[in-house]
Design a protein around this ligand. Structure first.
Ligand SMILES: [Zn+2]
Length: 401
């Protein structure tokens, strides 16, 4: 049902060309060994098309995930008419045949973002209960990851309660990407344990202490950020969608680049717009990438220590001047390096601390109100009218949600 719906939308989307050629929509998988240059070659498309992309977009084409599903529209004679290939969670490459030749653009993936409020009584354990009742395994994973620093999960008993306020991107009724938890609470032995996200993107406990200990160090001795990580933004002047899957640090050519944590070098060589690149696999989940290097110092297969020199800053690949493009990937998906790299050791102070405490009071009040009214264990969607009691909706609204 949903599949046929997607197909219909795609056919509509692709229909600019279907009048000219009888064509088929194909749902394909991006093979492990495939890269965008090879893909172009397979379809007899000139690599020069990459020159039509600007510096940042040229890097995106190297970020197509292995095993990524994507759509192709193929003419009956086998010619590729269009392809839609996701890069990251937010954007996709749109390759299209026109009368003049092929055209390559970066366009957004459409989704809606909803705010949800979830309150559950524990039956088995928090993780399984979230998976079973909310049907969102990534929410269960995030919840466990964030709370494990402050709560001993083994002490949690049946009928203990948990609450989560979060936003989730949805597409065709399915959650996409990692949910963004704003506040989470778990009650254990009659005590409520909270974690809060502040507007710096980091998580704090009730006292404003940072929760997750950063385990990665800076990739350069002196840090000067020239461009930050973004998953998706609309460039107001270029009038185009863009993303930047890493953090750029300005530095002189030849400045030593340091491994941010122990790991194995899994790539050392040239890679499209990234130029000379080193990739280090740290744990099963995390991988870091150091691009545009003038000289690579370590070979594939080497084990490096945190702080070890792996290469030198340069301007190879698509780059307008010497800088380090530093990328952090979790399960091959780009995430903001600021989430794990320790750049400075500042906790919340002054105005930030005040603002944080205000936010904390607001959220705890909402959660306590719902607790005190002994609302049934339920999943509330603050957007969906049917799922939220009118009184609660009013309550949320009055708090500016
Ligand atoms: Zn960059």
């Amino acid at each position: 049902m949903i599949k046929s719906f997607i197909l219909r939308i795609l056919i509509l989307f692709f229909s600019f060309f279907t009048f000219a050629y009888p064509a088929k929509v194909k749902y394909s998988t991006w093979e492990k060994s495939l890269n965008f240059e090879k893909y172009l070659e397979q379809h007899d498309i000139s690599k020069n098309i990459l020159e039509t992309l600007d510096e940042e977009d040229a890097l995106l084409v190297s970020d197509i995930e292995k095993n990524q599903k994507f759509y192709e529209l193929i003419a009956s004679n086998g010619v590729l008419l269009q392809a839609l290939i996701p890069v990251g969670e937010e954007l996709q490459l749109h390759l299209r045949k026109t009368y003049e030749g092929y055209e390559l653009k970066v366009i957004p993936i459409s989704y809606q973002k909803n705010t949800y409020f979830t309150l559950l009584s524990v039956d088995k354990n928090p993780h399984d209960d979230i998976v079973f009742k909310v049907k969102n395994i990534r929410l269960a994973n995030e919840f466990t990851r964030l709370l494990k620093h402050s709560v001993n999960f083994r002490g949690i008993q049946k009928n203990d309660k948990l609450a989560i306020i979060y936003t989730q991107k949805m597409r065709l009724g399915q959650p996409i990407g990692i949910p963004n938890i704003k506040v989470a609470m778990i009650e254990s032995h009659k005590k409520k344990h909270y974690i809060f996200k502040y507007n710096d993107g980091k998580y704090y406990d009730e006292e404003g202490e940072e929760l997750i200990k950063k385990y990665m160090k800076k990739p350069l001795n002196h840090i000067r950020i020239t461009s930050s990580f973004t998953k998706r933004r609309f460039h107001p002047i270029l009038k185009r969608w863009k993303a930047h899957h890493g953090t750029d640090f300005g530095a002189k050519r030849g400045t030593p680049i340091l491994a941010v944590a122990d790991g194995e070098v899994i790539f050392s060589g040239r890679m499209g717009g990234y130029g000379n690149v080193i990739k280090i696999q740290h744990t099963d989940e995390y991988m870091t990438l150091y691009a545009h290097q003038s000289r690579l110092k370590v070979k594939k297969g080497t084990f490096v220590k945190q702080g070890e020199i792996i290469g030198y800053v340069g301007s190879t690949g698509r780059s307008t001047g010497p800088h380090l493009h530093f990328g952090l990937y979790k399960n091959n998906r780009p995430i903001d390096p600021m989430r794990l790299v320790k750049f400075s050791s500042n906790g919340l102070k002054g105005e930030d601390k005040e603002a944080f405490l205000n936010r904390k009071r607001k959220y705890t009040k909402i959660i306590n109100t719902i607790f005190d009214k002994k609302m049934p264990s339920y999943v509330w969607n603050t957007i969906d009218k049917l799922a939220v009691l009118p009184k609660m909706k009013k309550y949320y609204k009055s708090r500016g949600w």
